[in-house]
Design a binder for this molecule. Structure first.
Ligand code: N1C
Length: 248
């Protein structure tokens, strides 16, 4: 009897988890609007369901990405690396920039962890591999594929917020360095403008790391860099009457 009860409770928890994840996904979908949420869920689920969570290549998410192509917002697209909190504090208060998380697929999965298991029909939110545990993990592969398509859509003057309080603001292992920069298209993208967020100034615009970024930009894309104190970004974000263009 004890064994049966324990099994029932464990099974109950697993089913509950699947439902919780699906309900977060679905309510975000409904809130965003404009898409068939049951269909979006089943397209999403097919990317990883029943697979070893370390063996989900980025291409698995292609169907999901194609079902909701990125709508380019020229001159307003914002990339980031190691600055997630500052960026989103800014973009939620001022609506002048669009990040990956503001796109349909990005908004569905921002901040979430999910995976299945070989032969399973469940979605788990714990016990999934961490970001660096294996290359082709469920979550990392999604951000890889989604970020590549976001970068391919980048047009006009494009911004990126990098972290000046670390030695390598342009960090080779990051999605920004390893996926996005490589997918920028010089035919539609004029310039990359770095906003280097400083607090303690460990790196500045003349640092090697920023020079590396400039070197790795595809030919034909101009480069600019401005050092901006984090406090200035926060102040600017909280002053509704200040136009975005005057923040740095
Ligand atoms: O590896 P990163 O940063 O350079 O990735 C950031 C870069 C952004 O420009 C986004 O367009 O890649 C895109 N992106 C996301 O939009 C995103 N949302 C949430 C990449 N990762 C994203 N996450 C989570 O942040 C992800 O699950 C992983 O844990 C971090 C990567 O952040 P990073 O190393 O600061």
């Amino acid at each position: 009897i004890v064994i049966v009860v324990v099994c029932a409770v464990v099974l109950g928890l697993i089913l509950q988890r699947t439902r919780d994840f699906k309900s977060v996904f679905t309510s975000r979908c409904v809130e965003y609007g404009g898409y068939d949420c049951e269909k979006t869920w089943s397209t999403f689920e097919q990317a990883y369901m029943g697979k070893d969570p370390c063996q989900v290549p980025p291409e698995s998410y292609q169907a999901l990405i194609e079902a909701a192509p990125i709508k380019p917002a020229c001159n307003r697209m914002m990339f980031w690396s190691k600055t997630k909190d500052v960026v989103h504090d800014f973009t939620t208060k001022k609506e002048c920039y669009v990040t990956m998380e503001d796109t349909f697929v990005g908004s569905l999965l921002d901040g979430l962890t999910w995976c299945s298991k070989e032969g399973s029909k469940d979605t788990f939110t714990s016990g999934c591999p961490g970001w660096s545990d294996c290359v082709n993990n469920t979550v990392r592969s999604f951000w890889n594929q989604a970020s590549a398509s976001f970068a391919q859509a980048a047009c006009g003057k494009v911004s990126v917020m990098l972290n000046g309080s670390i030695a390598a603001p342009f960090s080779p292992g990051s999605i920004f360095a390893s996926v996005e920069v490589k997918n920028f298209n010089p035919a539609k993208m004029e310039k990359l403008e770095v906003v280097l967020v400083t607090q303690e100034t460990i790196s500045n615009c003349s640092s090697t790391s920023l020079k590396n970024l400039q070197k790795e930009l595809p030919q034909g894309i101009a480069f600019g860099c401005t050092e901006v104190p984090e406090s200035r970004i926060e102040d600017c974000a909280s002053q509704p009457d200040l136009p975005c263009g005057s923040c740095w």
